[in-house]
Design a protein around this ligand. Structure first.
Ligand SMILES: NC(=O)c1ccc[n+]([C@@H]2O[C@H](COP(=O)([O-])OP(=O)(O)OC[C@H]3O[C@@H](n4cnc5c(N)ncnc54)[C@H](OP(=O)(O)O)[C@@H]3O)[C@@H](O)[C@H]2O)c1
Length: 336
């Protein structure tokens, strides 16, 4: 199917900064897949904080590679055109994909997706639920693995007690469910309005981060943490340190220059307590792992809100506000 001459609706920005007001609705040519890519008619996309951080210029000069830029990488869609080297998917397949961060492209009716980060979407997983998974669930999985949790029961001495901060967010909610599947005792932090929800996902004890105990990260039952999956921001090492077990490790998915220095010093001084910065490295087999768990009903995507593509700026603003409960979804077909 030759789509090159046709156009599609998309949402893009043409400079750094500007937030939701910097997004513009445009009509642009439908992209063409390279030989190892497919063209997707998008059903849903999910916004991650990294998307607006790129717009803010936090990853310049690498991302975005040029302007204008159609943001967002996590999508679900239907395959409508195959690159010349694609043999393992066919037109009509429903998939979950993570688009190449260099290309972006998720806030649009169509996008090209790389084969390496695309898996079939089973009927048990809806488009919005599927689109919620890639970056957030794989980050949660990689953070738990970095904490020493194995998902094949092969760990020698897996952590017994872990703390997950910002457990109500996109990453935190998947982290709680994955840690529960691994059989770990979970302490979690979130705001008061989400305590019951986070418990229902599998947290054993939950702290409201706005209380003194929550701010101090003190386990209500006095547990010391073998690992912390740190998904919040602005918590110094001095708050973590007294709550860690002798070999406790903080896996920090929101590292700052200060935490990088702390991490380096802990390594240099051969401290048993460690701070490990983590940057997502997307892997196709891990995308399959989380989609399979979702299919089996073991990993739920909690949806904060759904927005049509025509109101993508509302979704963007919601993510920038920092108070999402789960994933913020843009649905392509809901206003066509
Ligand atoms: N390193 C990587 O590769 C990587 C990958 C993915 C994400 N990240 C980063 O990880 C962070 C989390 O991502 P996300 O998608 O989960 O974000 P998110 O969905 O926007 O997180 C929002 C949630 O965090 C809660 N929260 C905020 N501050 C908190 C605190 N101090 N203690 C407890 N809960 C708090 C909020 O609760 P209230 O509404 O009650 O305040 C809200 O429910 C972001 O900074 C993101 O950029 C990094």
């Amino acid at each position: 199917m030759a789509m090159a001459s046709k156009t599609m609706r998309a949402v893009q920005y043409d400079k750094y900064g500007g937030g939701a007001a910097g997004l513009k609705h445009v009509e642009v040519p439908i992209p063409s897949p390279k030989k190892d890519e497919v063209l997707l008619k998008l059903e849903a996309a999910s916004i991650n904080p990294v998307d607006w951080k790129i717009q803010k210029g936090m990853l310049r000069p690498f991302l975005p590679p040029k302007f204008p830029f159609i943001p967002v990488a996590d999508v679900a869609g239907e395959v409508i055109e195959l690159g010349s080297a694609v043999s393992n998917f066919k037109v009509g397949d429903k998939v979950v994909a993570m688009l190449n961060f260099q290309n972006g492209g998720g806030l649009a009716e169509y996008a090209v997706a790389p084969l390496t980060l695309m898996v079939a979407r089973p009927p048990e997983v809806g488009p919005a639920e599927g689109a919620g998974l890639p970056a957030a669930a794989i980050t949660a999985l990689q953070a738990l693995k970095a904490a020493g949790i194995k998902f094949d029961n092969s760990a020698n001495r897996p952590p017994s007690n872990i703390l997950i901060t910002a457990a109500s967010g996109g990453v935190g909610r998947y982290a709680v469910q994955l840690a529960k599947l691994a059989g770990v005792h979970i302490t979690a932090t979130c705001g008061a309005r989400n305590v019951d929800l986070v418990k229902s996902l599998g947290a054993d004890e939950v702290l409201d981060y706005k209380t003194p105990e929550g701010a101090a990260l003190k386990s209500p039952t006095g547990k010391k943490f073998d690992a912390v999956i740190h998904c919040a921001t602005g918590i110094p090492w001095s708050t973590f340190e007294p709550n860690l077990s002798a070999n406790g490790k903080v896996v920090d998915i929101t590292p700052t220059m200060k935490s990088m220095v702390t991490s380096f010093i802990k390594k240099l001084t051969m401290s048993k307590k460690r701070l490990v910065p983590l940057l997502l490295v997307p892997k196709g087999e891990e995308l399959k792992f989380v989609v399979d768990l979702a299919k089996e009903g073991k990993l739920k995507t909690v949806i904060d809100s759904r927005h049509p593509l025509s109101a993508a700026e509302a979704a963007w603003a919601k993510s920038m506000d920092g108070h999402a409960t789960g994933k913020i979804i843009v649905e392509m077909q809901s206003d066509s």
